[in-house]
Structures are given as C-alpha cells and as structure tokens.
Write a protein of this length. Structure first.
Length: 314
C-alpha cells in the first residue's frame, strides 16, 4: 500500500509542478482560467454556452475547452456561441491533468484570450484532486441533485472558489431546499459564495464571466478553509512556492470521496481529507493508481470511475 501512496503522491506532485508553470505562463499573457466541475447532467454545458455567448457579445476574447470520455457533443453545442472551442477526449480518464491541458492549449489558444473556461469531465471525485493552473475553481450542482451534495463530495466543494446552483427554474418542482443546501456548503467551505442560475430563464446570466474577469484583474479570490489549513504556501513540486489561495489538492488524493462502487455518497469524511489514496477503496482495483499521461493522451485510466462519471459522455 505504501507504494500506491508514494506513486499517487508523485503523480500529484508532478501535476502540481505542471499546473504551477501553466498558471504562470497563462497569467503572463493575461489569460484567466476557470475550471468548472460538476456531476453529469448538472447543466454546466447549457450555462457555459450562455456565458460564452454573453462574453462574445460584450467583446471579451474568450475560449473554451471541454473534456469528455467520448463524443464531441458538448464542443458542438459550445461552438454555437461563436467563440474558439476545443474538444478533448480523455479515452477513459475521469479527469483532466495539467500536462494534458497544456499540450492541448499549445498552438490552439488565441493569443488575445482573456478568459479560458475549462469544462472538466463530469465527475465530482477525480477532478477535485488535480490543479489545472486555474484562476478560479467553480463547482456546480443542480437543484435535482439534492441538498446534501456538498456533504457527499467534500473535496470538490471544499476547494471551490465559487459554488453555482443550476436549474433553479425547476427548484419548486423538485422541492429543493435552498437554505439547507447553503448551510451544507457553509459547513464544508465557510464563506464561499453561492449563486443561483437558470440557463432557461437567464437567472444569473454573466456571473461566471464577471467573477472570472474580476479575478483576472486582481480582485480577491475566496481562499477555502481546506486550502488555508494545509497549503498556506506550498511547494509546487519544482522547488518553488505556490501563491497562497491557489489550490494544490495534493493532500487530497483521488479516492477521498469513494466508499465502494455504487455507494460513493455515504461518507462525508469531515476532518479526514488527505488520509485516503486513490486506490484505497476501489475493491479489486486497489492496485491501480493514476500514472502521468502524455500531452496527447497516453494509456487510458484503468480504474472504474465513480458512478457519477459513468454516463454517456456528459
């Protein structure tokens, strides 16, 4: 098991170093990166399409990269906004990594891009552990997913700079309790902003663009308690300290929110983030840890993803 722990820590350390370099490179060219995390079906593609369209109408140079296990459906939808869009197919890997992202951005991202939105793979477990060099990490949850979502996925919500509730136009129909959801978010990530949106009604239009532009221009970004406790100034793996406030979830390994397949929501793990390794709770997949992937793909991830990930290419 120690070898699994060591390998996982080495993978995350390498990712941190790549993310650190990517963050510096993009900041030097004036580009802010927004990493969007959510479960499949949360409505993030619909919301992002509206945000990209709005940004273009305001003359803001913006681009989007969307990741899926398969299909280019989301890229086709986002391209309707008229902004540069790129699809990344992960070939089974349940998250993006900084090195992979950097490879896809090279030679593609327009030089004048001010905002780059990353639509991560639909999954609230695996992507939570990987820094992509983002300026903002935003976690989305739809009103249909239940008020206890933050408790079920404490790493994803605990490291968020902003939490977005989607599909509020059907909140009454599904008896969504906004107060309870906010209380659960506050329990996991005290002080983080929670905003309500509806792509259908236009509620919250511009919130992603506005928050990203503000962060790009130097506005203070929420620093999660989970980050403050463990990562005030951390070694990025390359011997250089990372700026306080940018998350480095190296202490939060991939299995942090896993119990057993099919029971991923039964534990909130309060106070135990970082004690679990990627393969710890995967049953017959215990021997597998994520190996670094080449920029153009690499070996597909062999560990079965969380059930949230097993959806048809959301």
């Amino acid at each position: 098991m120690c070898r699994v722990v060591d390998l996982q820590q080495a993978v995350l350390a390498k990712n941190d170093a790549c993310a650190h370099t990517l963050r510096e490179d993009l900041a030097a060219r004036g580009t802010a990166v927004v990493n969007l995390l959510s479960s499949p079906g949360s409505g993030k593609t619909a919301l992002l399409e509206r945000e990209l369209t709005l940004a273009r109408s305001r003359g803001i140079p913006v681009a989007a990269l969307t990741a899926d296990l398969a299909t280019e459906n989301d890229a086709v939808r986002l391209a309707r906004s008229g902004v540069p869009v790129k699809q990344v197919l992960t070939d089974g890997l349940c998250h993006l990594e900084a090195e992979m992202l950097g490879g896809h951005l090279h030679g593609w991202l327009p030089a004048d891009t001010r905002l780059l939105f990353i639509e991560n793979v639909g999954n609230l477990v695996c992507p939570a552990s990987y820094d992509l060099g983002e300026t903002l990490r935003i976690v989305l949850a739809s009103v249909t997913e239940g008020e206890d979502k933050p408790l079920k996925y404490p790493t994803a919500f605990g490291l968020a700079h902003l939490v977005v509730v989607t599909k509020t136009d059907i909140a009454e129909a599904v008896s969504f309790d906004e107060a309870e959801f906010r209380a659960n978010v506050e329990r996991i990530n005290p002080g983080v902003e929670v905003v309500l949106t509806s792509a259908r009604r236009g509620e919250g239009d511009g919130v992603l663009v506005d928050r990203a532009l503000a962060a790009r221009d130097g506005a203070p970004v929420h620093i999660p308690v989970m980050t403050r406790k463990s990562h005030h100034v951390h070694d990025a793996g390359d011997g250089q300290p990372r700026d306080e406030g940018h998350l480095s979830p190296r202490a939060h390994t991939h299995g942090v929110d896993h119990a057993h397949h099919g029971h991923h929501g039964d534990h909130s793990h309060h106070g135990h983030h970082g004690d679990h390794t990627h393969g710890t709770d995967h049953g017959h997949h215990r021997e597998h840890a994520h190996a670094p992937r080449a920029q153009d793909g690499g070996r597909p991830h062999t560990t079965d993803p969380d059930p949230d990930t097993v959806a048809s290419g959301r």
